[in-house]
Write a protein that binds this ligand. Structure first.
Ligand code: IDC
Length: 489
């Protein structure tokens, strides 16, 4: 059976089901997931509420559908239908809320109605989110694209010749069933080649995920269900475990070292069980210079690398953010002590090294890099504080071949608080996607500050739903679920 036949049949089945279920759903005021599929041959995206259509459309001469997960949630029914049209000549699908547009395309451009695809939420519903509509006249098929992610929209407009056509309709954010990114089970042990992080077969790979807040302060988020949700529902493929060294209760400032080490080990175990890469972050901050606690760092990384020598999903970040008067020479001297300690147990693991001025001066590392394999240098940004100047610095060092990992960023100001700048954050993730630079957002906690992903009135530590997420959290999920931002669109 051809794809469109199968799709039509599935649609008919779905229509019957919808008719059947409609009164119950309306009464229960439920939402239904809308699945997004991508045809790698024609570049068309297809959106469907039919799980059958989603799971049965596979591969053929003219199509090779990739499942991209749940794009958004639609009301099970409403007074605002979104119509689906099919053009047999081009094999393209189109979606519109406008009866006028639908009838015009049918009457004058050879389109056929495929009924109601799904329903729109009301734009007056304060929990509804817009679905953006884009147009690309240069494509033979898939000329329209629809996304709930403003970041994906901005990237398509800025880099891929798309034109924004405003808002198509409204839905609700989905925080389930994200597309499957490169994970330890598919991509294996990572290595660094030139400026690029690579998987075990030598393909470029981008890690995208979330950093914990200080493990000593927010240990409860280190749990199996939480990491499972990050991976399966949000689509993250990395989690970073932030172990503060000097702050209150830190590893080198009175914290219970055995307990903190056990927390890190648990974090690695939960990450491993959920098929995530994991970064062990020695989170220097107020200690300024990593040399301050170099001997504790060596002992710590010696233990960790011995424990996880056989793990292929562990990355070591040896100093979060050197700052103050710390020079690149200081950091080099520190790295030259710590890297051999890790290498003695784990010869190939990827190691991340911080750079001066809160990990912003990657240019210093580019001028005088370390002489070890599988090392990357970190750049950290806070989108409302750091914009073009730091982005340009990143692009320059990448051009010069420096491997960079954005192991921490926020979409707010550098204090971790204050106003959020989504436009700047979107510009950042576009650049990172273009260059396949890996990243982790700060932070997985419910502290009352803008950087936190979880609202401060939410005391859950897993099973988050949309209303549990802050603006930062929602933005993150939107970006993780925007398929194009994985760089494979
Ligand atoms: C911040 C936390 C905040 C905490 C503070 C000091 O968000 O709750 O009180 O540290 O411990 C960084 C650091 C990161 C900061 C973050 C925001 O790596 O530890 O977290 N930030 O200020 N660099 C730039 C910003």
């Amino acid at each position: 059976m051809g794809r469109s036949c199968r799709c039509r049949l599935a649609l008919q089945v779905a229509c019957v089901l919808i008719l059947f279920l409609m009164p119950i759903r309306a009464w229960a005021a439920t939402t239904v997931p809308i699945y997004r599929m991508y045809n790698t041959i024609t570049s068309e995206h297809l959106y469907t509420r039919s799980k059958t259509e989603y799971t049965s459309c596979g591969r053929g001469a003219y199509f090779d559908w990739r499942q991209e997960g749940v794009a958004w949630e639609a009301p099970a029914t409403s007074s605002l239908p979104v119509f689906r049209l099919y053009n047999a000549r081009s094999g393209d699908h189109h979606y519109t809320t406008s009866v006028g547009e639908r009838d015009f395309l049918i009457a004058h451009h050879g389109w056929r109605s495929e009924g109601v695809a799904f329903y729109s939420a009301s734009k007056d519903d304060t929990s509804a989110i817009p679905l953006f509509r884009l147009y690309n006249g240069g494509l033979r098929r898939g000329q329209h694209h629809y996304t709930a992610s403003a970041a994906e929209r901005d990237l398509l407009v800025a880099r891929h010749g798309w034109r924004s056509e405003g808002i198509g309709w409204y839905g609700y954010m989905s925080i389930q069933a994200a597309p499957v990114p490169a994970t330890p089970s598919t991509s294996g042990a990572l290595h660094v080649k030139g400026s690029q992080l690579m998987d075990e077969r030598g393909n470029p790979v981008q890690l995208r995920g979330l950093s914990t807040h200080g493990l000593a302060w927010f240990p409860a988020y280190v749990n199996d269900a939480c990491f499972g949700q990050l991976r399966r529902d949000w689509g993250a493929n990395v989690v970073r475990l932030a172990l503060y060294t000097q702050e209150y209760g830190g590893y080198c400032s009175g914290g219970d070292q055995a307990y903190l080490r056990e927390l890190v080990c648990q974090g690695v175990r939960y990450a491993t069980a959920n098929d995530l890469y994991v970064i062990i972050d020695w989170h220097i901050l107020s200690d300024g210079n990593p040399l301050t606690h170099a001997s504790e760092a060596k002992a710590f990384f010696s233990q960790m690398s011995r424990t996880f020598a056989s793990h292929t999903n562990v990355l070591y970040e040896i100093c979060n953010e050197p700052n103050g008067a710390t020079t690149w020479a200081d950091i080099k001297s520190y790295a030259s002590q710590v890297i051999p300690v890790i290498r003695a147990n784990d010869p190939d693991a990827v190691i991340l090294v911080g750079t001066p001025t809160w990990s912003q001066e990657v240019d210093k590392a580019a001028e005088d890099p370390l002489h070890y394999d599988n090392v990357m240098y970190t750049l950290h940004f806070y989108a409302a504080t750091h914009r073009d100047e730091l982005r340009d610095r990143l692009k320059r060092v990448l051009r010069d071949g420096l491997p960079v990992f954005v192991s921490e960023f926020g979409i707010c100001g550098a204090s971790g608080n204050g106003a959020i700048d989504e436009a700047s954050a979107n510009a950042w993730v576009s650049v990172l996607a273009d260059h396949q630079v890996s990243w982790c957002m700060w932070s997985l906690c419910n502290k009352a500050e803008s950087a936190s992903a979880i609202r401060s009135d939410c005391t859950k530590t897993s099973g988050f739903v949309q209303k549990d997420l802050t603006q930062s959290g929602r933005w993150l999920v939107g970006v993780l679920k925007g398929g194009i931002l994985t760089g494979d669109g």
